[in-house]
Design a protein around this ligand. Sequence first.
Ligand code: ADP
Length: 289
Amino acid sequence: MTTDTFSAGAPFAMSASPTAVPAEPVKETVRTIDPAANPARLRTDDVSVFYGDKQALFDVSIDIPEKSVSAFIGPSGCGKSTFLRCINRMNDTIEGCRVSGDITLDGENLYDPRLDVVELRARIGMVFQKPNPFPKSIFENVAYGPRIHGLAGNKADLEEIVESSLKKAGLFEEVKDRLHQPGTGLSGGQQQRLCIARAIAVGPEVILMDEPCSALDPIATAVIEELIDELRENYTIIIVTHSMQQAARVSQKTAFFHLGKLIEEGPTEEIFTNPREKRTQDYITGRIG
Ligand code: ADP
């Protein structure tokens, strides 16, 4: 493993000196290999994150199996979102945030300074807690990405991408007669599916979801969970959730974080029924959190 250090304040400045990283904490987790899981194309090795002097994440190493759903769970403030944001370099946008360690997709270092970050965020899309459609029409929300990435040769191509993305996000039937009305006029659950369609439109391999249902009612949540289950046929999905029930319902792999450390990861069923670590057991039985 390399000890490249990345500074979000200066995204492309790499420190050659590993001494910039404070003393290495003791490693607590061992990478698990689940023979039943799909192969991992996304891997992290010893990823640590600092906000200024404060270390928020400690040496996280995990394999994310392709075309399946991995859930990150743990009490508030344990570093789930911080870790998620490392994967598509969203932490680059946070002043004073520094990431060290390795993250690779198909062996390619995602922190390679030659990498085009805009392109990376198309390959690794993100859906946020609160639906955040652009103040544009439904059509334009989905067409925006393919347009800036030059994915459509002509108007018909673009319309085809918009339609198929809305279909994949399970929204087309509900909006096909009002594609040119504002995306912000949709219900919360529809807006979140619009944001998923927007991510899908640029042909991602991985979709990161940061508590995507936390602003939704139970019915809209159920629709999104069903959608996530369908999407895993074609996409690698990582979901941060504060709901253990949601993790159990939608994911095949679960990773439990506590105080910035990855405590335990493995097949979801095992984590919820037979955790190895006491801290995992305490969390899933409601004793910590
Ligand atoms: P979680 O998603 O598990 O709730 P976070 O990743 O949001 O946890 O936070 C992990 C730790 O990092 C917390 O102590 C939080 O206060 C800190 N943190 C998160 N974002 C920032 C930021 N932009 N600046 C400084 N500290 C942050």
